[in-house]
Ligand binder design. Sequence first.
Ligand code: ADP
Ligand code: MG
Length: 320
Amino acid sequence: MALSEFELIERYFTGVGTGRDDVILSVGDDTALVAPHAGRHLALSLDTLVAGVHFPVDAPAETVGYKSLAVNLSDLAAMAAEPAWLLLALTLPQADPDWLEHFAGGLATLANEAGMALVGGDISRGQALTVTVQVAGYSDRPLRRDGARPGDGLYISGTLGDAALGLKLWQGGQREGSDACFLIERLHHPNPRITLAQALADLANAAIDVSDGLLADAGHLANRSAVAVTIEPHRLPLSPALRRSAPATQATILALTGGDDYELCLSLPLEREREAQARAEEIGVKLTRIGRVVEGNGVQLVSPTGEKTAYEYSGYKHFC
Ligand code: ADP
Ligand code: MG
């Protein structure tokens, strides 16, 4: 028998995530009530994922649940914020209990890992499967986009381009073998860099998370900071799986322009590089210098011999 909206909420979305002492009232009333710790700033953000636009229509339900929170956690990470609460709005073509159970499971896994509580949301029927997650957390030492200064180095966490190739492989039905599995895993389960951002918050001058491709997002950081950034493509960190699965030029293009990496791009003074890399290593994340911050505007690519080219690429656009 079909479950009502209230039964769905009760069964799948009540008690999701960790218990928190700053949650006064959770799912079930007209609003949630939270008691933020006095004197701390709140960081708020939301992101919507639409089936066929932000994730493949045949993506497993667990990965949709996981990723809908992960992309939001990546925004909190880019501000060096500490995750606390989330709200979930779901539009579903139908209420399939099996799908919902796996969706809620993926969401709960990451909510627990991040120490967050799901405190409310909304469910309605609609044509396209659409998931909106709103997150809130504490931001005591925000890492804004507008603090990059000439003289800084430009750094990236982890590796780039994996998720973009993972998407191509998934769409082409090439899902066998350890390299393909690794790349598809990077697409479905991005690793928001919350811990890294908090560890680097007192060293970095600016940060942005890379969701739409490095060139586009580094460009946003440059614009907001009124500086130019240089990127040396030969320095880009590529995973062994990406290197083995794509020719070198294609791998570099994917790393420069591919979306869905959810790595952190940071600007920090060159003299803090050693300390930043030591802290990143302690956390188990690679931090690679990929370029510099200089005077001017936009993004310049610099070859190993020092030749510069301006690169026109603005990332994925929904409306043009
Ligand atoms: P209202 O009609 O006041 O909007 P709803 O029937 O939509 O109330 O929701 C009832 C309660 O369930 C509210 O506390 C709401 O926040 C919560 N809720 C609804 N949908 C979800 C969901 N997908 N996840 C978590 N909580 C939800
Ligand atoms: Mg409602």
